[in-house]
Design a protein around this ligand. Structure first.
Ligand code: HSE
Length: 345
């Protein structure tokens, strides 16, 4: 049976979600896919990087994280002060790096350095971190190719709901002309609750408690998170590297209860819509609140659910709907990427 050594860099909501899935799905991976994953490395900003070739005790790691105790309390581990030092050192033993530190849209650090270092050492990388894909997908894909490694980022867009693989693999051969979607779970959760008469601040707190929101929820409510996903789609689906400023952006913070009610009274719903449209050779990108008629499939997508409608030559419109944020939901996207890598080896 094949064995993969995995290291998870970033052990917050998403990293822990992936670790939980590695435990609950380990028999399924052996039986259905004929491989097993050894979680050998884990890193956080506070604990640095710990590594144990024979595998780490996942329940113990989860317990240490839950009690905010240093991960180095795990017995028999090698330790480096930073994730980067650890990745540099383990490059020769590690098969796959899961990069799940927080998204930073200014310079994509520290995730982009982790990914560059891992790919340069021939490690495959799976990531839920939106910064590197949004700012440098083309550069990182080229780096992966140069070193014979794979870079997969399914869970950066709509978390574990398969969008990138649906378009790139399931819809291979079509010519995509436009994409429209609800790509942020937190804002859709807030807008849906506001449509039901609840207050903005109350539901934002709820979305944070559920682990949907970014560390700084401004990224969600001002539309930056949806912009990041739009940039990733521009690059991976349309092959165009847009800059952040090229996406027209408006968040949901100025939407009032009155506007919400007015839309409902006229048979519409307000949704934060990300769109990419090919027009005469240019790719137009927008993230903004839009009033949608109920006949639009996106209008009825509520709560933390996300949806995307892909327009193309041979399939007209395909709409994918599914959960867009959350611990296990995002972990599932990473697991799917891991399985894809295992199957391609
Ligand atoms: N904060 C993001 C959202 C997490 O609410 O959609 C998933 O990318």
């Amino acid at each position: 049976m094949k064995q993969f050594h995995l290291s998870i860099v970033g052990f917050g909501t998403v990293g822990q979600g992936l670790a939980e899935l590695l435990v609950s799905k380990q028999d399924m991976l052996r039986v259905n896919y004929d491989f097993e994953v050894v979680l050998a490395g884990v890193a956080t900003a506070h604990s640095g990087f710990i590594y144990r070739e024979e595998g780490l005790d996942i329940p113990l790691l989860l317990e240490l994280a839950a009690h905010r105790r240093p991960l180095q309390e795990h017995p028999e581990v090698k330790h480096w002060d930073t994730a980067l030092e650890g990745i540099e050192a383990i490059g020769q033993w590690g098969d796959v790096l899961a990069e799940v530190t927080g998204t930073n849209l200014r310079d994509a650090e520290p995730g982009i350095s982790h990914i560059r270092t891992a790919l340069s050492r021939g490690m495959h990388v799976i990531t839920a971190n939106k910064g590197p894909g949004a700012l440098a997908a083309a550069e990182l894909s080229a780096l992966a190719q140069k070193h014979g490694a794979q870079l997969r980022m399914e869970s950066t867009v709509m978390a574990g709901t398969p969008v990138l693989s649906t378009i790139r693999e399931g819809m291979a051969g079509v010519h995509v002309t436009a994409i429209r979607g609800i790509l942020n779970g937190t804002t859709n959760y807030i807008l849906s609750a506001m449509a039901a008469g609840r207050s903005y601040s109350e539901v934002l707190t709820e979305a944070q408690a559920q682990g949907y929101a970014e560390a700084d929820p401004t990224a969600d409510v001002e539309g930056y998170d949806a912009v990041a996903k739009t940039l990733i789609l521009a690059s991976l689906v349309f092959g165009q590297s847009l800059r952040l400023e090229q996406v027209v952006r408006q968040g949901i913070t100025t939407i009032t209860q009155e506007q919400m009610q007015k839309a409902i009274d006229s048979g519409k719903r307000i949704k934060l819509i990300a769109s990419l449209t090919q027009k005469e050779g240019t790719l137009e990108a927008q993230v903004e609140p839009v009033e949608l008629p109920l006949s639009d499939p996106l209008a009825r997508v509520d709560g933390v659910m996300n949806a995307i409608t892909i327009s193309s030559d041979s399939l007209a419109e395909v709409t994918v709907i599914g959960p867009g944020a959350g611990r296990l939901v995002t972990g599932q996207g990473l697991l799917a990427d891991l399985i894809a890598i295992a199957q391609s080896k």
